[in-house]
Design a protein around this ligand. Structure first.
Ligand code: 16G
Ligand code: MG
Length: 550
């Protein structure tokens, strides 16, 4: 076993001192806070990525620098494991501990203990691939990350400015190169080619698809959407809007998937672009979330969120496995969170197995792996479909006995290629949705009518300490602070079709309240009442009593 390169780490670590007053936390989506405080975190993440790679015997580890749908001054970083998945949960605490060592000496001591207890063989090679979104703080943070990668002696590959899902794709493609599980060419072009080729095959022979407006949130999705448009050619005309990636303050501002989901309205910039009957979609700042919507004939806005995407795609995959004659061998299941609209849960659970898990992609992804085909979507538009290795083998070995079975089988194979199975991917999900709509000859309205959404409301409460909030039953019930859940139950009972839950956010210093009811005004009132209750019972911040939305 060789030793840590202490000299290199010390010299470079001194150039990236930790701000003494800040406590960093590796949360649901990695480290995320103000970009100008993250220099030391980036350096240390570079080292950690190298160590993770050594632990995996030199497999490539990914690092993505982004703060997704957060405003521009924020930034963040997350690690991607060798199969393109999110960092194994047990390492989150190690990441947090290393990021909070106060000095270079403390950091080196912590690294020493860490490598010894984790039995990391430092003589192993290490490889790290990284990318960033379009935030102005990105280049300096990447420079700090590179110092970390250099300090631990890892080999680096800069994937430049690209989306989170592309980085996940690259990690899997690099690590499967030359194996029978080869995922695709390990380049952005390889990704675009893979998705567009599969899409073009899927919709070949279908009636032409109307052009699609794509709101790129003024983020990195704009770059990829424009490139994808080239690859798609006439098959699907994309109209990218909100593509101002260099305009200060534009990122995620009054546009993007998160805006659409939380405001339940059209981005103002689209009012003059979108025509009645036309559908559009919004990506978030790093293009891993997708929201669809359309204006009906009266110009009224209708949202097609992650739940609607799950319903549409699960039904289609179910039909394909049936037509291919594979339905007895390949079962489709759905994974949702408590945020899934009650309307969707009712609709889906009448048809398929549905599992509810806590918020955060890693929980959904792991639960989806237990199904032959796991369709997982958060209502906020983050999700994908994953095919188990066994299902993929069954599909590739299957001999169809009729032409109809053969056609369905080919569609299924192309679908596995159009879907980015490593992580939720707005552009890949968009192609999946467009393919299903083309197959079913659905307009936005027909898709929307699969089931009716219950009116719902999401409210934030700023409390003194969100860490006192503990939940159970996939976040649907509060166990701490004691006594509040009984009061919530009491309130919920008074509203027809009422449902509400409270959970601490994993990305912001707030507590979130979700409520739904049969009638819009009741959903709003229930959310307000529960938020007020949480505030009053737990000493919320006086300036933030939740009144504003009524
Ligand atoms: C992060 C999660 C997302 C989740 C959201 C919840 C990943 C990659 N992203 O963005 O899945 O919906 O956090 O945020 O896991 P909250 O805890 O602040 O409500
Ligand atoms: Mg995102």
């Amino acid at each position: 076993m060789s030793d840590l390169p202490v000299h290199a780490i010390r010299t470079l670590s001194d150039q990236h001192p930790k701000p003494s007053h800040i406590h960093f936390q590796y949360g649901t989506a990695g480290f995320r806070t103000k970009g100008d405080t993250l220099d030391s975190v980036m350096f240390r993440v570079g080292i950690l990525a190298g160590l993770r790679s050594k632990k995996w015997d030199g497999k490539t580890i990914g690092v993505m620098v982004t703060a997704s749908h957060n405003p521009e001054p924020d930034n963040g970083v997350k690690l991607v494991d060798p199969r393109g998945e999110m960092l194994e949960t047990s390492w989150e605490a190690h990441a947090t501990a290393l990021a909070n060592a106060q000095s270079t000496d403390e950091f080196i001591a912590a690294l020493d203990t860490f490598t010894t207890t984790m039995k990391i063989d430092l003589s192993k090679p290490a490889k790290v691939v990284y990318a960033r979104d379009t935030r102005p703080s990105g280049p300096a943070l990447v420079a700090a990350l590179e110092d970390g990668i250099k300090a631990i002696g890892a080999e680096e590959r800069d994937a430049g400015v690209t989306t989170t899902p592309v980085l996940h794709y690259l990690v899997r493609a690099i690590n499967t190169k030359g194996t029978k599980e080869e995922y695709g060419d390990d380049s952005e072009e390889g990704y675009l080619r893979k998705l567009s080729t599969a899409f073009n095959k899927l919709v070949a022979g279908k009636p032409s698809i109307p052009p699609l407006v794509v709101d790129c949130a003024n983020g990195v999705g704009a770059k990829l959407a424009k490139e994808l448009a080239e690859y798609l050619g006439d098959t699907l005309q994309l109209i990218p809007v909100n593509t101002s990636t260099t305009t200060p303050g534009a990122l995620n501002n009054a546009c993007g998937a998160d805006f659409v989901k939380t405001q339940q309205t059209l981005p103002p910039s689209l009012t003059s672009v979108l025509k009645p009957g036309q559908r559009a979609c919004s990506l978030d700042g790093d293009a891993d979330r997708l929201m669809y919507y359309y204006l009906d004939d009266r110009g009224q806005f209708h949202m097609l969120d992650g739940d609607k995407i799950a319903a549409l795609s699960a039904a289609f995959i179910g039909e394909l496995t049936k037509s291919a004659g594979l339905d007895s061998q390949i079962k489709v299941g759905i994974v949702q969170t408590a945020y899934a609209n009650g309307g969707s849960t009712k609709y889906l659970s009448e048809r398929l197995p549905v599992k509810c898990v806590p918020t955060g992609v890693k929980h959904l992804h792991h639960a989806a792996e237990k199904f032959d085909v796991g369709v997982y979507f958060e209502a906020n538009g983050h999700g994908t479909v994953i095919f188990s290795p066994q299902s993929l083998e069954i599909i590739s070995a299957y001999q169809p006995s009729t032409p109809a079975q053969s056609t369905a089988l080919n569609h299924l194979i192309n679908l596995t290629e159009v879907i980015n199975q490593t992580v939720g991917d707005a552009l890949s999900d968009m192609l999946m949705v467009e393919a299903v709509l083309a197959h079913k000859s659905y307009s936005g309205e027909e898709w929307d009518s699969l089931y009716v959404d219950l009116p719902n409301r999401l409210v934030k409460v700023v409390v003194a300490d969100r860490n006192i909030f503990k939940t159970e039953d996939a976040e649907r019930r509060l166990v701490s602070p004691p006594g509040i859940q009984a009061k919530i139950d009491e309130l919920v009972r008074r509203y027809e079709g009422g449902r509400a839950f409270v959970r601490p956010s994993g990305t912001e210093d707030v507590v979130r309240v979700y409520a739904e009811a049969t009638v819009r005004t009741q959903a709003d009132e229930l959310a307000y009442r529960v938020a007020g209750l949480v505030y009053d019972e737990t000493g919320g911040h006086p300036a933030h009593r939740p009144l504003e939305f009524l």
